[in-house]
Ligand binder design. Structure first.
Ligand SMILES: [Zn+2]
Ligand SMILES: [Zn+2]
Length: 184
């Protein structure tokens, strides 16, 4: 950004520097927390299914039914039209994960999202059992489909993951600062 006002220009460069430092610090933090979140989810699924290892590459966001072991577990219990597992029309074209894994991941992600509304555009469901970053990508906004790791993700994306995951939020002392940077 070029500006005719030298002070404005200095402030702008300072702001850019600040964001670069923030990004550097966030990369390690988000990578670590994304791995922990993945371990947390896989532990829950293994415990509930008695599986010792997990593998499935057959599910896609358009053919997967959420697991919802009990109706009350639907995150949209008050508005079933929002839910692909409870909405009768959406349900017709879907089936449960043949390995009984991906639908469980789906539910855990929805429950962990602070608005219970993850955006599925960026993630590749067929890699949920093997790639923790595909889980983290469910907490991003549009435009990160081709970003294959934390290092390819910009500061706005890293902040979104911190703000949108209830689990990761708990490790942040001043979440309001994250929200401020995120909207500025
Ligand atoms: Zn539901
Ligand atoms: Zn599956």
């Amino acid at each position: 950004m070029a500006t005719s006002n030298p002070r404005e220009e200095t402030n702008w460069y300072k702001a850019v520097d600040g964001l670069r430092y923030l990004e550097k610090g966030l990369v390690c933090f988000v990578d670590n927390r994304a791995q922990n979140l993945y371990i947390k989810f896989t532990d829950v699924i293994k415990r509930n299914t008695n599986k010792t290892s997990m593998s499935c590459s057959q599910c896609k966001i358009n053919n997967l039914l959420p697991w919802h072991g009990a109706k009350a577990l639907c995150p949209h219990v008050s508005n079933p039209f929002k839910c692909t597992g409870c909405n009768v029309r959406a349900k017709k074209s879907r089936r449960h994960c043949p390995e009984n894994i991906c639908g469980r991941f789906y539910d855990l992600i929805v429950h962990d999202h602070y608005r219970n509304e993850p955006l599925w555009d960026n993630t590749d469901v067929s890699r949920w059992t093997t790639d923790y970053w595909q889980i983290a990508k469910c907490y991003l906004s549009k435009g990160y489909k081709d970003k294959e790791s934390v290092r390819h993700t910009d500061v706005g994306g890293l902040l979104s993951i911190c703000i949108n995951s209830k689990t990761i939020q708990r490790d942040i002392t001043h979440l309001c600062n994250f929200k401020e940077v995120s909207i500025s």
